[in-house]
Ligand binder design. Structure first.
Ligand code: LER
Ligand code: MN
Length: 273
């Protein structure tokens, strides 16, 4: 995998997201990512247009970085919105806010917008069939809107402690087949996979050409190499499917931002460079 593109996942300072929160100001984090050799950042904003997308675009470009993705999880984490909320007004608000998130991504020049915890939880009141129907309608609507803006949506299977459905590649592919839009694709995250997949390598094979982006973190969500996940097997599977997408380091910044960010990129270079 020559020239693999790496991105550093940054949850904006003050974000309520439990991982990847940066303790330094965003411009500092971006400058340090560039100095360490990352190609891009991914960002979990605190709100729509916070950070301001034009400023974000200028700031990243000044450092020669691109924006691999905007994470939509803040809509759930900060605002309590979801596509499967039992209250129809909250579902509508979630879709409306997601549209604004697409606009933000386009203005910032981001390549993708992710769908993670904004899908909500089945246990919040609606039965499985009804929640899935709402989710399908929402994802098709925002997927078409993303298409018009030339953006790719990436749907990420998540672990059972964060959501109660779409845990595995198999489940998520079945859903993507129902969505049936070419710009709505799959994102994997080794931290979630370590909890939910029987075999991470087999799941990567199953993902195959649907795979758009991969998040790397170790078993404990520390930087790769600082847990017990078998990354050689992950790399073997990515090579075997001819993966050409990016690798995003979405991890806890411990013991501190610089140490984790450095370990992340050095590990990926040794593994896949
Ligand atoms: C975001 O990419 C992620 O992995 C989460 O834990 C939130 O859905
Ligand atoms: Mn992730």
């Amino acid at each position: 995998m020559d020239g693999v593109r790496t991105s550093l996942y940054l949850a904006a300072p003050g974000s309520k997201f439990w991982a990847s929160g940066v303790s330094v100001p965003l411009p500092t984090a971006i400058a340090r990512a560039a100095a360490l050799g990352y190609d891009a950042i991914e960002i979990m904003p605190r709100a729509v247009d916070d950070p301001e997308p034009d400023k974000l675009r200028t700031l990243t470009a000044q450092h020669g970085l691109t924006i691999a993705g905007i994470a939509s999880g803040f809509l759930a984490v900060e605002q309590g919105l979801s596509f499967t909320h039992p209250d129809p007004e909250i579902r509508e608000e979630a879709v409306e806010a997601f549209h604004r998130c697409l606009e933000m991504a386009q203005r910032a020049g981001a390549a993708t917008v992710s769908i993670g915890v904004v899908r909500g939880k089945l246990s919040h009141g609606l039965g499985h069939a009804q929640a899935m129907a709402h989710l399908l309608a929402c994802v098709r609507e925002v997927g078409r809107a993303a298409q018009a803006r030339r953006l790719t949506l990436v749907l990420e299977p998540g672990n059972r402690y964060e959501t109660d459905f779409l845990h595995t590649v198999e489940e998520t592919i079945a859903f993507l087949e129902a969505v049936n839009l070419p710009n709505v694709r799959l994102m994997l995250d080794t931290f979630h996979m370590n909890i939910e997949e029987a075999s991470i390598a087999a799941a990567v094979h199953q993902a195959g050409p649907r795979l758009e982006h991969v998040h790397f973190a170790d078993s404990n969500r520390h930087a790769p190499g600082w847990g017990h996940l078998d990354f050689a097997a992950v790399a073997g599977a990515l090579r075997a499917i001819g993966y050409r997408g990016g690798i995003g380091l979405e991890m806890m910044f411990e013991p501190d931002f610089d140490a984790a960010a450095r370990q992340g990129i050095e590990f990926v270079r040794r593994l896949l460079g």
